[in-house]
Design a protein around this ligand. Structure first.
Ligand SMILES: Cc1cc2nc3c(=O)[nH]c(=O)nc-3n(C[C@H](O)[C@H](O)[C@H](O)COP(=O)(O)O)c2cc1C
Length: 211
């Protein structure tokens, strides 16, 4: 085994191992609004579903040189955001949004992303993205010595590009959603093109579970 004691690693070394091992990670392209009304967009792959009733998701911000990122500053001002799933068509624009623009600059305009108003929150929706979830902040949990800011949001409205969801069965066609995911290192990504099915286990004497 190659064994590492994280206590003996520097934070960037911990990050290297963690972020290259916990893969693939989904990517949330998050829009927020600043105090001057500027719309901001930034990608986060420390991102996942939290649970339902209500539907909840989270993403985590690592501070940049000791300061909370623009998304975090905006959310503290207006606790609303929109999470977008990123596909290949939008990947370069997503990547541009990850650049360290000065606070108050709209990455959305710079990247040339098209927007439409959201229904229930002020941050805009990026209409080129295949799925868009309007969210309000439930909690911001600060963890670690830096600290990381984990934003937990309730999903208030869900939008999909036509054809992705069977509206009757609520079946999402992952092939049409076609999200990209984050892999190891600074610039590796993956597609969802190699799926397989595995049924739930049927074990005699063990009740079948759902979920
Ligand atoms: C695919 C991808 C995933 C990223 N994931 C995260 C993340 O989970 N947490 C984080 O703090 N930064 C992450 N970043 C870096 C941020 O996107 C970057 O710091 C960005 O400038 C933050 O923007 P903001 O200051 O406008 O909020 C990621 C970048 C890319 C390209």
């Amino acid at each position: 085994m190659s064994t590492f004691d994280p206590a003996k690693l520097l934070p960037h070394q911990q990050y290297k191992l963690m972020s290259s091992t916990i893969i693939p990670r989904p990517i949330a392209l998050v829009t927020t609004i600043g105090p001057d009304g500027t719309a901001n967009a930034a990608p986060f792959s420390l991102f996942n579903m939290v649970g339902v009733d209500p539907p909840m998701l989270m993403f985590s911000m690592t501070p940049r040189t000791g300061h909370v990122k623009d998304t975090g500053r905006n959310i503290e001002h207006l606790p609303e955001f929109v999470v977008h799933i990123v596909d290949e068509a939008v990947k370069e624009k997503m990547n541009i949004c990850s650049a360290d623009f000065p606070y108050g600059t709209s990455e959305i305009e710079f990247a040339g992303l098209r927007t439409e108003p959201s229904m229930l929150v002020r941050p805009p929706r990026l209409v080129e993205c295949p799925a868009q979830f309007e969210c309000k902040v439930i909690d911001i949990v600060k963890v670690g010595r830096r600290p990381n800011h984990i934003v937990i949001g309730e999903v208030l409205m869900m939008h999909y590009r036509p054809g992705i969801v069977d509206e009757e069965k609520l079946y999402v066609d992952a092939g049409l959603l076609a999200p990209i995911g984050r892999l190891e290192g600074a610039g590796m990504y993956t597609r969802v093109t190699d799926r397989f099915h595995m049924a739930k286990p049927e074990i005699p004497g063990v009740p079948a579970t759902s979920g």
